[in-house]
Ligand binder design. Sequence first.
Ligand code: FAD
Length: 308
Amino acid sequence: MKTYDVLIIGAGPAGMTAAIYAIRANMSVLMIDKLSPGGQMVNTNEIENYTGSGSVNGAELSMQMFEHTQELGVEFDYKTVLDIVDNGETKTVICEEDDARFETRTIIIATGTVPRRLNVAGEDNFAGTGISWCAICDGAQYRDKNVVVIGGGNSAVEESIYLAGITSSLTIVTMFDLTADPKACDQLRAMDNVTIHPYQDVLEFTGEGSLDGVRFKSTKEDATEHHVKCDGVFEYIGLMPTSESFKHLGILNDFGFIEVDDEMNSSVKGIYGAGDITSKKLRQIITACSDGAIAANSAAKYVESLKG
Ligand SMILES: Cc1cc2nc3c(=O)[nH]c(=O)nc-3n(C[C@H](O)[C@H](O)[C@H](O)COP(=O)(O)OP(=O)(O)OC[C@H]3O[C@@H](n4cnc5c(N)ncnc54)[C@H](O)[C@@H]3O)c2cc1C
């Protein structure tokens, strides 16, 4: 069986950039994804902060990045990785489909995250159109419009401060009270166009064809119901790392993200993390690409050292 120099799990921006750097470092590369290449970019309508691209559709940028990998000769396979076995200088990657197995000297894990969802009525209908998980990315669409933010933690509050600055009205609906840093909470509360509804359960996203509001109910004894009209909703109830398959390697922190150093090394030699799956502050396309480049560079140096 062929032993690859590097096997990349996940073909989002982190994985695809890692693939470009790895193949240009003369390594044999296999990139695997369970879905179409692009990761979260595929479902992003407008990307406006990727350097040099102006405003670009997410699916289009995904295709451009993927074509770049293909022009350089990166092997790609549609597979779902279930397990990694660390044999020391080689590793075995086991996939769901037909129990497929691949041998490799190094692995770059770039499996990203999935936003935690509320799983309430209407959510699937409006996901990606009226409901977003990224204010930096989609907030500008709601300039001078009415927006609801779900959540009360740091992300929710910080993104709400940004959104409240550009929208006409911002309503926060949260299960508890605001739990973010007090200074940020004070700043948000002081904004004129912000209304906060603490201790609420979201019941439903409403609208015929397009989103027009959110229905929620107090968790207090009175259980009062509200229906707030809005043009858009941002959900910030947490991110879930796609890392279940890598738990046994001992490379995850308490929240399930891969702990890496500045060179993207995990605690297992020859295994690297890149992109949103790693423990980091800013989860964006550009930072995912940067991680991918660094991880590939580290993998190349390690492979070189193995080959003597
Ligand atoms: C709605 C939305 C809008 C956004 N807009 C912007 C924006 O405008 N600008 C910006 O910079 N950032 C934006 N972001 C953030 C950005 O998309 C992410 O930071 C970036 O995609 C992370 O890249 P990644 O490669 O680390 O992971 P991902 O893009 O999440 O890619 C991970 C890939 O791994 C694959 N995978 C996962 N598990 C497995 C497995 N077991 N086996 C095989 N494959 C697997 C997945 O299918 C996926 O393709 C947005 C995010 C969202 C959700």
